[in-house]
Design a protein around this ligand. Sequence first.
Ligand code: F0G
Length: 458
Amino acid sequence: MELPWAEPFKIKMVENIYKSTREEREKWIAEADYNLFNLESRKVFIDLLTDSGTGAMSDKQWSEIMTGDESYAGSASFEKLKNTVQELTGFKYFLPTHQGRAAENVLFSVLVKEGMIIPGNAHFDTTKGHIEFRKAHAVDCTIDEAFDIENMHPFKGNIDLEKLENVYQKHPKEQIPFCLITVTCNTSGGQPVSMENIKAVRELSEKYGIPVYFDAARYAENAWFIKQREESQKDKSVREIIKEMFSYGDGMTMSSKKDGLVNIGGFIALNKEEVFQVASNFTIIYEGFVSYGGMAGRDMAALSQGLQESSEESYLESRVGQVEYLGNKLIEMGIPVQKPIGGHAVFVDAKTFLPNVAKEEYIAQTLAIELYKEAGIRGVEIGTLLADRDPESRENRYPRLELLRLAIPRRTYTNNHMDFIASALKNVYDRRKEITSGYEITWEAPIMRHFTVKLKKV
Ligand code: F0G
């Protein structure tokens, strides 16, 4: 018999979590104005709000915490991290930042000016935020297959080359500072980008004289998918794949809270000296001196170790395997999810799940609340609340897909938790016909409303 995968680690420390009653949860979610961001974590049994900064560090990472060098300049922990990043990615220059959006802030301060266009594959919210804040525009060039949840395309994070070339033909190259490839593509469901596509984007961009940067938050998971799904890549090691992926870019921003396997941190890695020099100045202003950029020495040391661990194939097999395990359970139960299953999360199609809730009543949020009430599981709405209002008309923007994202923290929950999540969602699915109404807004902020919105039952 072929042996199944198993976690390449054993558990050394545990944190108890409280399994509440339905009565308690009904009360708590009402007190939280039906916004899951307002819930204290002690009121959550299984927390799938995000995979960002919520994972477990290894014993080796914790020992790095104890030996971190806290020197302001010339810290050994900085040197260690810089060397790890250079060795893994092949980029020449390195700047630490306190998290991913800070890396975006520093890099975009150098490269993005008012009126510019940044094409890419479904930019993440903070990335788009940093682009739009500078009065520039993010143009989504993701392939259309990404929006059809039943389509089994193996690389639904890919960039549509025709859409990209249209952008390149429509605007002068001075107006396009770079093309941004997000690996894996969070917004389209943790979906990977193929090596072939990355290479083709590079070649096309080179033809038009436009640089290519990566939003690399989940680059190791992307490399794992390339090894599994791309015939020409299957004999390469994940590390070789990572190096080759980045060889087609001019630089990267990183949220270390994902594939860095740490709770906080970020960085920029680059090839162009001119960009590095200006970015260094912005790092000093916004983040701290270039040898720590908002991170403690111990945090840089733990990140260096985390980057080594996240590119180990046995780790990636169990990491992506666990997310797939949950996804396959849901598929077996007939629950509609984005397919194939992504690297860091399962995305449930709330519109198909709850056909009797009107789109004006926030379908994916309604499902998120039902799942919380059912079993104390906290997912996150990727739907109309997140899509926010049109800045001009102030009307709700209704996205093509209403999704409930169940993001799986790294090395944190067991497959029993996955079984529990699947059973809870199945219970909600079995009574879906009785769920006929959703929620209305009683208060919202002018932008980024989903974090603080207050709701009441319709
Ligand atoms: N890029 C991607 C693709 C992300 O998913 C995130 C964060 C960031 C950049 C920003 O990084 O949080 O370190 O500032 N994603 C989290 C999530 C918040 O829940 O998906 P950050």
